[in-house]
Every structure is written in C-alpha cells, then in structure tokens.
Ligand binder design. Structure first.
Ligand code: ATP
Length: 210
C-alpha cells in the first residue's frame, strides 16, 4: 500500500473531527456531509474533503458520511481504537490536573500509574491509581506495558525521568517541563511548553498591531 505523508495539521484536524463526530453520534444523527462537519468545527468543506481523502473514499456522493463509520475510521487512523496505557510522573498542580482530566480516558488514554518523589504524595490515590515512589517506575511501567509517559516534574528532574521511562520501554513521551530532553530517535517526543504557547498568542496579537 502506498503510504502518503500526512501533514500534522491534518492529523490535528482529524482529532477535532472525531470529537465532533462523537457529539453528533450521541445526538443520534446517522449521516453527515462534509459541509456539516466543516460548519461544526469551523473549517472549509473543501478542507474536510481534502483531509478525509488522504485515507481513501469513504463517503457516498450526495448522501454524505455514515457518522459511526467515519468516526470509527478516524479513531483507527489516529490509533485510538485501542486503549493506551499512560504513566504520569510529577503529581504537582499540573500533574494532578492532567491525571484527573476526563478527556484522556474518553479518548482511550488510561493513566495506569503515577509517580512522585514526595513522601506526602506517595501512597495517596488519584481516581483509584496509587501514587508510587520513583524506585518502582521501571518495574511497574514495564509490567503494565505502558506505551506513553507524561512528564510534569520540574525542569531539573525531567531528563532523569525521561531516561527512566525509556529504560522502562515507553514509546512516546509528552513533556510539560520547559527543557530540551535527549531521547533515542525511536522515541516519539512532544514538548508542551505552556508559556511558549501563550507567547505565540501575544506575538500574534502584537503582530496585528504593528
Ligand atoms: P506542588 O507545590 O504540589 O509540588 P507544583 O506544581 O508547584 O506543585 P513542581 O515543583 O512543579 O510542583 O513539581 C511537580 C511535582 O513533581 C511535585 O509533585 C514534586 O513532588 C514532583 N517532583 C519533583 N521532583 C521530582 C523527581 N525528581 N521525581 C519525581 N517527582 C518529582
């Protein structure tokens, strides 16, 4: 099969489409046109058709898309038709917010383990998941076959945590610490620097002024 390089912007829109389709499906709507999807998520109908065309034809001309089928198809493309085991390290304010975020579970990201080095936090439970000491990380993450690690420790600790996650066999890391991490090439690494995102916004606001 020919594999096309799918632009990241398309992947992000697919995620948005699938969330919208979940909503539409809950309302009991059976079919939907690209125009309706476009209106629902705020992009052009041509963009929706172009994004979906990467994955072959699955609409019927004049009828539109079957909501359930399209949703299932997109979730499969995004790798969300299965559950993913996620570990979170660093149960500070951000870590706590992320570990209690319902949107992860709804999308199949199950936080199966949480670690912290603060003795006051170790032993507490978040949504039934016990906070464990760091010494257990490699063993537990290996045992759970956890694929994704979330890092919410302070910057100074982030590289050590990333190293432990890699040692434990995670395939991907979502790093919230504002620091550059070194990981082997085969590890998918995404950095979410919340302040940088705000700075992009302020830059864009400023750019309109000058
Ligand atoms: P809090 O005040 O509850 O610690 P915070 O968000 O201000 O919240 P940070 O200093 O950003 O906390 O630390 C985030 C979390 O990471 C904390 O729960 C802290 O105990 C934990 N932490 C710090 N260093 C490490 C480390 N080396 N390994 C594991 N966890 C760590």
């Amino acid at each position: 099969m020919k594999t096309l390089k799918i632009p990241e912007a398309t992947i992000i829109r697919l995620s948005v489409y699938s969330r919208y389709l979940t909503e539409v499906d809950r309302k009991g709507i059976v079919t939907i046109s690209s125009g309706e999807i476009a209106e629902g998520v705020g992009v052009s109908p041509a963009q929706v058709r172009k994004d979906l065309a990467y994955f072959g034809e699955f609409g019927t001309r004049g009828v539109g898309y079957n909501v359930k089928d399209l949703r299932r198809h997109i979730l499969k493309i995004l790798g969300l038709s299965v559950d993913w085991s996620v570990t979170l390290v660093g149960l500070g304010n951000l870590g706590l917010a992320l570990s209690t975020y319902k949107g992860f579970r709804e999308r199949g990201f199950i936080i199966t383990s949480i670690f912290d080095n603060d003795p006051e936090k170790v032993g507490t439970k978040i949504n039934g998941v016990e906070v464990l000491p760091l010494e257990n990380l490699v063993e537990v993450v290996k045992q759970n076959r956890t694929q994704i690690g979330i890092i919410t420790v302070p910057s100074a600790a982030a590289q050590d945590i990333a190293d432990m996650m890699v040692k434990a066999g995670v395939q991907a890391i979502l790093n919230f610490a504002p620091v550059v991490l070194n990981v082997p090439a085969e590890i998918e690494l995404r950095n979410v620097d919340l302040a940088v995102n705000l700075e992009v916004l302020t830059f864009n606001i400023g750019a309109q002024r000058f």
